[in-house]
Ligand binder design. Structure first.
Ligand code: PRX
Length: 654
């Protein structure tokens, strides 16, 4: 509800009242089965994290838990540790070397099974190779690899010697790679001849060569043979992994690093400006990733856990590599796309490896929804016991589809809100105790103090909406933007002094549950009402004929902005005459006349980033007849052109 008097900023329109308490069986076996954990963390934040930190093997104990000089936090001051030691050596030393770390499956069907003992050897060899190439503690290493085991190996090898890595997602262009390497003055690049995607080759070495023309800081290229195609090898600069790494000794002493030594940099794009190099350090990050991984996914020793993200994103860093390995978890790593060779590929993987926990993104769930449940039904998914979602707000309908068709109505769905900057899951159910509501990320993780505030920074009463803020430091928080302290201060800490501002809108319902409303840049202003695009999209997707929707504000003389919805129909639905009108009316009935879209356009695709987020900014440019803004992060550039043509052609039809 809007409350103009208190300066509320975003209106909360959609209400979802279906609830799913944990089953007694799930609760009985869950790691967290009592609410006490919240009170415990609230009563003593530092004590709570210090107790969690007992899971870490320290080379030297820390002498202070937290030093907080806003906006800079230091955690576990004085402690010495090594992350690769915590992820590998200690498990092997404890007799867990034969446990599988990764079941890797290539897109074309080949497989590799890698135990903890093997992974440790591979990491040591790679770490020795890095040293032989002159990489020292503190040097930055760029990693531009596809989803192959050498990717986590390279990251862990960097972590072993204290050289911060910066992974660049293999779908990025030469220019993006070069920009990132230049921003951090990378000394070494680790890449492959090529990657495989949907049966074709992604020319990674060719892109790297292009990037290296403008990245003079890079001295050597370590090159993994993945596709076997012919690539140019520059004498002296480029070295094959199989020559250099394989011949190294399989032991390498892990460097004793300071808690606050930099572990990695990961670039995240702002909407317009140049990407920000988000800095993560060692102890706090490890602790945040491993604690949340364990408690949110309720991880047990016999789980087979599959996070279907790419390691090149933060989700892969925290929840394919560092969190799961520190917890001695068996993981699945899949190289390819979900619909190759057919649309049941994921479900065949779940069946084959008997996956118990699956973590993916709403964009993937909506794609499966569009393709229909028959692909999942063709496989035995009974091994699954828990499902997770991350990356975007999940529409209640997509949540329910996931719950029913993938989880067989027996698996809790944990919708986890977090960011590259937060390093760890921040708002999330704890599956043994939280009553779920489809579409809500529910509550802040224990020890995370989140709030919803208005323009002035006042807490909005329950039932209202506004801006999400985090009021206390957390261990895995970013330590800054690489080389740009002013931008760090400006982007995250200037709007509300002393509070971290993630840039997302949120509402809280009467039970105190958080409902994420998307980036605040995406909010529309219709006749003075600020409406979240996400709520209108969710209303549209709740019609059984709609698979996906993207909503934006289009300039309007009368109302300031008018709601324009781009709609993808489910596989078997034809767009009949009158359907647009029906859907407009449906939204009005579901969430109120103010949210009725003025215009609906049916489209087969939407412009998305390579991590699957809808780029509403480009749709706004199209709808408002503006030149397209920056399209470098777009996964498929032809999509916007198709939409632009269709949009122009359909203007006269309304
Ligand atoms: O807008 C939020 C959305 O994704 C943003 C962070 O993106 P990135 O740094 O790429 O990290 C993605 C993986 C952690 C957030 O500011 N977001 C992420 N998870 C959710 C979400 N929005 C709603 N619900 C979520 N569960």
């Amino acid at each position: 509800m809007a409350d103009q008097a208190s300066g509320l900023t975003i209106e909360a329109l959609l209400s979802e009242d279906r609830t799913f308490p944990p089953s007694s069986e799930f609760r009985a076996q869950a790691l967290v089965s009592s609410e006490d954990i919240y009170a415990e963390a609230e009563a003593d934040l530092e004590g709570f994290w210090a107790r969690q930190a007992e899971q870490i093997d320290w080379f030297q104990p820390y002498d202070k838990v937290l030093e907080w000089n806003p906006p800079y936090a230091k955690w576990f001051l004085g402690g010495k540790l090594n992350i690769s030691y915590n992820c590998l050596d200690r498990h092997v030393q404890n007799g867990g070397g034969e446990k599988v770390a990764y079941y890797w499956e290539g897109e074309s069907g080949e497989t590799r099974t890698i135990t903890y003992a093997q992974l440790l050897e591979d990491v040591c060899r790679c770490a020795n190779a890095l040293k032989s190439l002159g990489v020292r503690k503190g040097d930055r290493v760029a990693i531009y690899l596809p989803m192959i085991p050498e990717l986590p190996v390279a990251m862990l090898a960097c972590a072993r010697i204290g050289a911060p890595h910066t992974a660049v997602f293999a779908g990025f262009s030469a220019e993006s790679l070069s920009d990132r390497m230049n921003d951090c003055d990378a000394k070494l690049l680790i890449t492959a001849d090529g990657g495989i995607r949907k049966g074709s080759v992604v020319p990674l070495k060719k892109n790297s060569d292009e990037a290296l023309k403008t990245s003079p800081s890079v001295e050597h290229v370590l090159l993994v043979k993945r596709t076997g195609e012919d690539v140019a090898v520059q004498e002296g600069r480029d070295l094959w992994w199989h020559d250099v790494v394989s011949e190294q000794p399989a032991e390498c002493e892990p460097e004793a690093l300071d808690s606050e030594d930099m572990l990695y940099l990961l670039y995240t794009s702002g909407t317009t400006a140049k990407p920000k190099g988000i800095v993560h350090t060692t102890a706090g990050y490890l602790l945040g990733a491993m604690t949340t991984h364990k408690l949110v996914f309720d991880i047990k020793p016999d789980d087979v856990y599959w996070c279907a993200a790419d390691v090149g994103w933060v989700t892969g860093h925290s929840y394919i590599v560092y969190g799961p390995l520190a917890n001695h978890t068996t993981g699945v790593m899949y190289e390819g796309v979900p619909d190759f060779p057919a649309r049941d590929r994921w479900w065949s993987i779940v069946e084959k490896y008997k996956v118990t926990v699956l973590y993916t993104a709403p964009t993937a769930i909506r794609a499966h929804m569009k393709w229909g449940p028959q692909h999942a039904e063709a496989h035995d998914l009974s091994s699954l016991r828990l499902l997770g979602s991350v990356g975007e707000p999940i529409n209640p309908e997509a949540w329910l589809w996931y719950y029913r068709h993938i989880g067989g109505e027996r698996c809790p769905v944990v919708d986890t809100w977090w960011q590259t900057e937060t390093g760890m899951i921040m708002i999330t159910p704890l599956p043994g105790i939280t009553t779920l509501k489809p579409g809500s990320a529910t509550r802040p993780f224990p020890g995370v103090e989140a709030d919803v505030v208005d323009e002035q920074g006042n807490s909005v009463p329950l039932g209202g909406a506004g801006y999400l803020v985090i009021k206390k430091p957390w261990p895995a928080m970013l330590r800054g933007i690489y080389g740009d302290p002013e931008r760090y201060q400006q982007t995250y800490w200037s709007r509300y002094p002393g509070m971290y501002f993630p840039g997302d809108g949120a509402k809280r319902d009467e039970d105190g549950y958080f409902w994420l409303l998307g980036r605040v840049d995406d909010v529309m202003n219709v006749s003075g009402h600020r409406i979240s695009t996400m709520e209108v999209e969710s209303a549209l997707v709740s019609d059984s004929r709609v698979a996906e929707a993207a909503v934006i504000g289009q300039r309007d003389d009368l109302t300031g902005e008018a709601i324009f919805a781009f709609v993808i129909l489910r596989g078997d639905v034809e767009s009949e005459k009158g359907l647009g009108e029906e859907l407009r009316q449906y939204v009005a009935t579901k969430i109120g006349a103010i949210a009725r879209p003025k215009r609906i356009m049916f489209t087969p695709e939407l412009p998305k980033t390579r991590s699957g987020k809808i780029m509403r900014r480009l749709l706004r440019d199209i709808a408002n007849d503006r030149q397209l803004g920056d399209t470098t992060t777009l996964a498929d550039t032809s999509v916007v052109e198709t939409i632009r043509e269709a949009s122009t052609a359909s203007k006269g039809d309304e």
